[in-house]
Ligand binder design. Structure first.
Ligand code: DC
Length: 225
């Protein structure tokens, strides 16, 4: 039986659990997971390596034209090179938040994301998936959690990766990124009116995954559930 193509949009601030939940749901539903934050992070890496001034529009457009961002078997590829780890540093987090406020960057990456999700079912996480990338997605979720809980989760991840940092530093970074992501002029982080909000502060990964899967199942979209 052919199944209907559908998109699940998962938006929310840094550390709200988007990628963990999206990965778990993708696995359960046998659909692709697309981490759009990784795409902004990969481009931030390209900006850093190139040394261009990202506010120089001509240089930015040229760099965008010369950039290829893709996913393969769970890896994030920048110009064909795996960048999974180097895009996760605090420096790249901040640069990704800054470059994601630029119109030409959003234009290119949003178009790429729409293409990735048009021919197959996907779960995509980011800041503008339910509002801009797939405004007609049949499933939209907006995850939230307190800044303290989000910082504690991020700290755990960073420490596991061998980064030396403190809860205070991570919390300050998260608050700064929240401010940048919610106040930027172009498509700031915002809950889509028809998105279901889930506060993940005191929920387990299984509980949040269960809420998302239940919703998909209820609407009979996926026969493999
Ligand atoms: O989800 P993340 O922390 O990996 O995202 C990194 C930055 O990219 C984030 O601070 C804002 C930006 N971003 C965005 O503007 N739009 C998206 N769809 C995804 C991420």
């Amino acid at each position: 039986m052919t199944e209907k193509i559908f998109q699940i949009a998962i938006d929310g601030p840094a550390g709200s659990g988007k990628s963990t939940i999206a990965k778990a749901v993708a696995e359960r539903l046998c659909i692709d997971y697309i981490d759009t934050g990784a795409m902004y992070r990969a481009f931030a890496c390209k900006i850093k390596n190139s040394g261009i001034d990202m506010y120089d529009e001509a240089a930015l457009e040229k760099l965008l034209d010369e950039t290829d961002i893709d996913f393969s078997k769970g890896d994030t590829l920048l110009d064909g090179v795996k960048v999974n780890d180097i895009i996760r540093t605090p420096e790249i987090s901040m640069l990704a938040s800054k470059c994601s406020a630029l119109g030409p960057v959003r234009k290119k990456l949003v178009a790429l994301q729409q293409k990735m999700g048009e021919s197959k079912s996907v779960i995509m996480d980011g800041r503008d998936i339910g509002t801009v990338v797939f405004p007609k997605a049949p499933f939209k979720f907006f995850l939230v959690a307190t800044p303290e809980e989000r910082a504690a989760r991020r700290l755990k991840e960073l420490i596991e990766k061998g980064e030396k940092t403190t809860l205070e530093e991570v919390l300050a970074d998260i608050k700064q990124r929240d401010l940048q992501d919610t106040t930027r002029k172009i498509t700031p982080l915002k809950k889509a009116e028809d998105a279901r909000e889930i506060d993940t502060t005191s929920l387990s990964i299984e509980e949040v995954t269960g809420i998302v899967i239940e919703e998909v199942k209820k609407h009979g979209y996926c026969q493999t559930v």
